[in-house]
Design a protein around this ligand. Sequence first.
Ligand SMILES: CC(C)(COP(=O)(O)OP(=O)(O)OC[C@H]1O[C@@H](n2cnc3c(N)ncnc32)[C@H](O)[C@@H]1OP(=O)(O)O)[C@@H](O)C(=O)NCCC(=O)NCCS
Length: 378
Amino acid sequence: MTSTVSTPVTESVRVRPAGLDDLERLYALEVATFETDRLSRRRMQYWIRAENGILLLAEQGEKLLGYCLTLLHRGTRLARLYSLAVSPEARGQGIAVELIQRLEKLAVQRGKLFMRLEVAKDNQAAIQLYKKLGFVTFGTFEDYYEDHRDALRMQKRIRHVEANLRRQEVPWYQQTTGFTCGPAALMMVMTALDRSIRPSQELELDIWREATTIYMTTGHGGCHPIGLALAAQSRGFEASVMINNTEPLFVEGVRTTGKKQILTVVHNHFVAQAVQAGVPVTHANITQKQLEQFLDEGALVLMLISTYRMDSRKAPHWVAVTAIDDQCLYVHDPDPTEDEQSALDCQYLPILRRDFDRMSVFGRNQLRTAVIVRKQSA
Ligand SMILES: CC(C)(COP(=O)(O)OP(=O)(O)OC[C@H]1O[C@@H](n2cnc3c(N)ncnc32)[C@H](O)[C@@H]1OP(=O)(O)O)[C@@H](O)C(=O)NCCC(=O)NCCS
């Protein structure tokens, strides 16, 4: 959507990125504006310096009129409008519009496709402002704020792409341990395909026990694609697996011979179980075209990605591919990695198609693997 808002802001108003010298007056505005859910002075200082955020202020001479902060989600094309305040004397002059429009432009320059935000359901001034700028409501969060108010979730596509979005409503589930991304992603997919499935920590841990590789890089092992497919199949779904190599998986990620041997035994056992249970395993690279086809057919797909491009850690991580369009793939990520990242940012996360291929390979062997899950055919 292209915004048609004109801004009546006078020329004497200057909009610029905040610096550390602005910290005290920014914090004073924050305290004067918000009674709860305030940014602390420390967080404000952090965001002034942060690479993955933009904090713009508006001033007239020495006078601070307002500020606006957007967070730029690493590895995705999502910006989040995190905070906005205009001083009471400066309201009604188009300062907020000016700040947000500048931020949108900067976010687009930084490769972002969408801007999202949360706003208290009773904050009519802000809701009107966002609607005027083209944001649309796409959900709610109950009991979101410290004072228990509910929030509207609003989104705007800041760089226009052809819509044509294929979307299934997929409930989101946050993994409760550092090693259960696979089970969490599988539970989301199973719940989307069968509403009688109830996600729970018990189910998450059960699936992990069925599907774990025991070891995987450091810490507890994550889940093997065949293990996840078997877990889906045993719960009444049809599942198949694509892996782009035939070697035992994740062996190169551990150092000791003992661990390598255990990973090999676990892998071979999963392969044998797949044959026995009739879970098809194809040794091929899954393409975006195939992904699109699977989603078109009503299936949902789990894919292993490397978190490297999201948080610079080279960890293997399962996500659910939940939608696809001409420009982007959308994933449900079960792990909100950053403090400020809410559940909102982890659902239908847009990832540009050209980024996705680089993200969806893991390790030195460039492993690409996917688990395709469908409702059982009658
Ligand atoms: C919401 C807020 C940022 C608006 O700032 P502002 O600079 O006064 O907004 P603008 O002058 O740019 O207003 C643009 C549009 O917003 C809407 N708007 C702004 N204030 C409004 C109000 N009091 N009632 C209804 N709509 C309002 C209108 O649609 C307005 O367009 P219009 O002038 O053509 O009617 C400001 O009121 C504020 O700081 N409020 C407290 C903090 C807050 O709520 N922040 C947002 C948290 S999500």
